[in-house]
Write a protein that binds this ligand. Sequence first.
Ligand code: S3P
Length: 438
Amino acid sequence: MNSHTFASSGPLRGTISIPGDKSISHRALMFAGLAVGCSTITGLLEGEDVLATAAAMRAFGAQITRSTDGIWTVHGAGVGSLLAPRQALDMGNSGTSTRLLMGLVASHAITATFVGDASLSGRPMKRVIDPLSQMGASIEASAGGTLPLMLRGANPAVPITYRLPVASAQVKSAVLLAGLNTPGITRVIEPVPTRDHTERMLTGFGAKLEVGEENGERIIAVHGEADLKPMDVTVPGDPSSAAFFMVAATIVPGSDLTIRNVGLNPTRAGLLQVLRQMGADITEVDPREVGGEPVADLRVRHAALTGVDIDPAIAPSMIDEFPVLFVAAALAKGTTRATGLEELRVKESDRLAAMAAALTAAGARVDEHEDGLTIHGSGGEPLRGTGNARVQSLLDHRICMSMAVAGLVSQAGVEVDDIGPINTSFPTFQRLLDEATQ
Ligand code: S3P
């Protein structure tokens, strides 16, 4: 365990560049690994989660190399031609790698075993086991439908139409990826829209994919036995990583920070909307497109925030940003109520319980409910914890970084028991924080 104390800081100033988007990086490696021919990926996030995906794609037969200038080259194995991995696939902490790759294996005539760390081994896999079983895969999971699990793919698999019972881009993507090597048309019905990187990028790689709408629900159809062609992907910066700096610069007085190259796909941009509703001062500079995704630089200046009731409908577009939004709410004037967030209990940690405990230890006033938190803000006053509270990060990178931001506005500092998990998604976090606050 590698503990660290984050202490109050001066303003965040200057310009920082955040690393590549994690969701897009996983997909770039997977789709390039399925294409026939040579793709390149620029701006790939080199965090542990994405490296787990790269290792798995190598085990499936893709050739993946990184050149000294940081560009990744992938010679794909081809849809339908994945090899059976010789060893168990170690997914580490990464739910995205696990669920999407389970989809890939499900329609190939191979068997793969998935293992992960203590956090991942507690997370529900039934949500992907159900549709993939309907497609013909057979899956032996640990009790409770968790990792370690063994998945035997079906070939040919059976195309299905699957209505998502939970708003999850991972489940949607698992079914669509299984559909790539399934004869006929595989459909996913999405009652609530979730991040659409799979749809955008698969189209770029030449898959035949149709997105329509019926009775207010999105329907995504993928035509099977696809031939993917290689492409050069540029990965935009991760809005979920930018989030920590958006909140930090907003709540630390005197800050004026520019965050370059932030992905602003509408299915990911909920935090920006909510922070603005609370009174944040964030301007989008030079809006443009990178890798088929909308991107801008964000100029964030300190602002006094006011508590709000967060519309549960916005949750999917900021699902990973709630931990750091709770920190912003702890500094706002008045009360913030967030509801409809049951999904936060099955992320890398139970993020409602983890953030309620961590913020309370740091001196914030928080009530925990079944499906959300109510936070009574300090009105801009520093958090006054006892000073000897140790925050449990529970193998959850976003708890670590959110509480690092809380530390910047605390009187006595915030000690996080283990900051190792930050490397899963944002290995340059500490360096950028030092740069911005020096
Ligand atoms: C992701 C989808 C979300 C998100 C995760 C990444 C993806 O998970 O929380 O960090 O890349 O598809 P769910 O699909 O479980 O909501």
